[in-house]
Ligand binder design. Structure first.
Ligand code: GLN
Length: 315
C-alpha cells in the first residue's frame, strides 16, 4: 500500500469505529473524567520507523497501565529474569486489574495487574524500609529515561493526575500493604506506590505508543533513533506476558479475535504489537467493563482482520 492508501484506510476504519459511543470514561479520579470522551487517535509505526497517524495522534493522555509493560521490561533488564520470576508470576489472573490476587507462593500472578506492577516498582527501589524522597526521585528519573528512550522523545508527567492518583489510591495502597503483610516487599510500600502513581501519570500520544510498540517489535531497537534500548530476550518475554495478560480478564477474547500482544490503560490508550513488524497506538477514552478502550479494541480488530495482522494468521 502507498502512504496515501494507508492514510485513507486508517481514516476509513476510524470513521467506522467512531460510530460506537458505548462505554464510559474512567472517573475514579476527576482529572480522568475531564477528558473529551470523543477523543480518538490512531498511529502505526512500521519497522523502518515511519509513522502513519490519523485523528488525535498528538493529543497527550496518561499512559496508565500501559506503563506496566515498560516497567516490567526495565526490571527484567535491571535484575534479570530469574530474580523477577521469583517475585512476580506470568500466569493470567482471570480477574480485574485491581484485584488483590497472588499465587500460592504469595507472588502477584503477573506484572500486568496492579499487584504485579506495584511489586515491580518496589523491586526497582533499594531493599530497605526507609527510602528517602531523593532515592525515589532518582529511580523515577531512570524510569522516565527508559520510557523516553522507547518512545524516542522525552516524556513528561501529568502533575494533576499524579497528585490525584496518590490522594485517592486506597485500593492500590491496600494492595501494597497486603503484599507487605505477606513479607514479600523488601522496600517501603509508600515509595513503591509513589513510583507506581508517577509511572501511570506519564503523558503519551498514540505516536509515542506506536514507536514504543515498534521498538519492542524490533527486539528492542528503536527504529526512529537507531538505539538498542532493551535486549531482545527482554522484548520477547514482555511480548509473551502481554499476549496472555495484557488485556486483563478480556485477554482470551482479545487474543482470539485480534491476536496481537497488547496492553491497555484506563486513560484510554492501547498499545498493540506485531512482532517483527509494527507498533500500533490507539486512543479513545470510553472504556468497557474490563477497563479497555471500546473503540481501541474495535479499531485493532479491524486492523488485524483487514491487514492479516493476527500473529497466528495462516493465510
Ligand atoms: N492508575 C490506575 C490504577 O492503578 C491504572 C489502572 C489501569 O490503567 N488499568 O488503578
Amino acid at each position: 500500500m502507498t502512504t496515501t492508501h494507508v492514510d485513507g484506510y486508517l481514516r476509513h476504519i476510524m470513521a467506522v469505529c467512531a460510530e460506537d459511543r458505548s462505554g464510559s470514561v474512567a472517573d475514579y479520579i476527576p482529572e480522568l473524567a475531564r477528558v473529551d470522551p470523543d477523543g480518538y487517535g490512531l498511529s502505526l509505526c512500521v519497522h523502518d520507523g515511519h509513522v502513519y497517524s490519523e485523528g488525535d495522534g498528538v493529543v497527550g493522555f496518561t499512559i496508565q497501565s500501559i506503563s506496566k509493560a515498560l516497567t516490567y521490561a526495565l526490571l527484567l533488564t535491571r535484575i534479570g529474569r530469574d530474580e523477577v520470576d521469583a517475585k512476580i508470576g506470568v500466569e493470567p489472573s482471570g480477574e480485574a486489574f485491581n484485584e488483590i490476587s497472588v499465587d500460592d507462593n504469595r507472588r502477584p500472578k503477573n506484572p500486568m495487574i496492579n499487584a504485579g506492577a506495584i511489586m515491580a516498582t518496589s523491586l526497582l527501589l533499594p531493599p530497605v524500609r526507609d527510602v528517602d524522597q531523593a532515592t525515589v526521585d532518582r529511580v523515577y528519573g531512570e524510569l522516565v529515561e527508559f520510557y523516553s528512550a522507547c518512545a524516542g522523545r522525552r516524556l513528561t508527567l501529568d502533575e494533576d493526575v499524579y497528585r490525584s492518583e496518590a490522594q485517592t489510591g486506597s485500593r492500590n495502597r491496600a494492595i501494597a500493604y497486603m503484599l507487605d503483610s505477606f513479607g514479600v516487599l523488601d522496600t517501603d510500600p509508600e515509595a513503591a506506590l509513589d513510583l507506581y502513581y508517577r509511572q501511570c501519570s506519564l503523558l503519551v500520544t498514540t505516536v509515542d505508543l506506536s514507536v514504543i510498540g515498534a521498538t519492542f517489535a524490533n527486539g528492542g531497537l528503536n527504529p526512529r533513533t537507531g538505539r538498542q534500548v532493551l535486549a531482545q530476550e527482554v522484548a520477547q518475554r514482555v511480548l509473551s506476558v502481554m499476549t496472555t495478560c495484557g488485556m486483563y480478564d478480556g485477554a482470551g477474547d482479545w487474543v482470539s479475535s485480534v491476536g496481537l500482544p497488547a496492553k491497555s490503560g484506563v486513560g484510554g490508550g492501547i498499545l498493540a504489537i506485531l512482532p517483527g513488524q509494527l507498533g500500533i497506538g490507539v486512543y479513545s477514552p470510553r472504556l468497557d467493563r474490563h477497563g479497555n478502550s471500546v473503540r481501541g479494541i474495535d479499531t485493532c480488530r479491524h486492523l488485524s482482520t483487514d491487514l492479516g495482522l493476527h500473529m497466528f494468521n495462516l493465510t
